[in-house]
Design a protein around this ligand. Structure first.
Ligand code: SAH
Length: 196
């Protein structure tokens, strides 16, 4: 019962891929997330030309917003379809590049390189491959990782953060006995212990 109800849940990468294939993507927000607009100042903290990371990015339109403001955006998603849809839906020309450090991975990027989207498992990334970031937009990401992988996920995020960077996290609050997720319920106490 309680939070334990979701502890054993596991969504495979294959299941995420089939969600994209069948258009079962109710999580996608065509008009972007109002909380990014609300907390943009917290993310930017008066800085310009930032490197911003979008873990488990899907085709989040906020990537385009931030790139248009002059920031560099790096995202990762296991679904190539999601990433291709992103570029297509914003009429952004892009090219594909291999990622020599990760078997089977590739990156899709705009010609100017201001948006770089990695197609791979997030856990294959490291700061030596993608560098460090001044800001992270985590919406539909921590709440989408399998409950037993949360530690691993957050540890990775911490290694990707530059000193003085900001991390905006969106979670959902509901009774985990009544809905199996994703998105999973991550209680505030767990968020505190995960990020320390
Ligand atoms: N953040 C996006 C998408 C949220 S849905 C948004 O706000 O719309 C979660 C996304 O994570 C899906 O697109 C899924 O394909 C991707 N995903 C899930 N597990 C992953 C993993 N281990 N590595 C990379 N991508 C993953």
């Amino acid at each position: 019962s309680g939070v334990g109800a979701q502890q054993e849940r596991e969504i495979t990468l294959q299941e995420w891929l089939s969600k994209w294939e069948t258009g079962n993507i109710g999580f996608h927000k065509e008009r972007g997330h109002p909380l990014l607009q609300k907390y943009l100042d917290v993310l930017l903290n008066g800085r310009s030309g930032l490197r911003i990371f979008f873990p488990l990015c899907g085709k989040a339109v906020e990537m385009k917003w931030l790139a248009d403001m002059g920031h560099t955006v790096v995202g990762v998603d296991v679904s190539e379809q999601a990433l291709k849809d992103f570029f297509a839906e914003h009429s952004l020309p892009y090219c594909e590049k291999p990622v020599p450090e990760i078997a089977g991975a590739k990156k899709l990027q705009t010609t100017s390189g201001n948006i770089v989207l990695y197609c791979c498992n997030v856990y294959d990334l490291s700061s030596s491959i993608i560098g460090k970031f001044d800001g992270v937009w985590d919406r539909g990401a921590l709440v989408a990782v399998n409950p037993r992988d949360r530690n691993r996920y957050v540890s990775l995020m911490i290694t990707l953060m530059e000193k003085g960077s900001s991390y905006l996290l969106v979670t959902v609050s509901y009774d985990p006995n009544k809905y199996k997720g994703p998105p999973f319920y991550v209680p505030e106490s767990e968020i505190k212990s995960l990020f320390g």
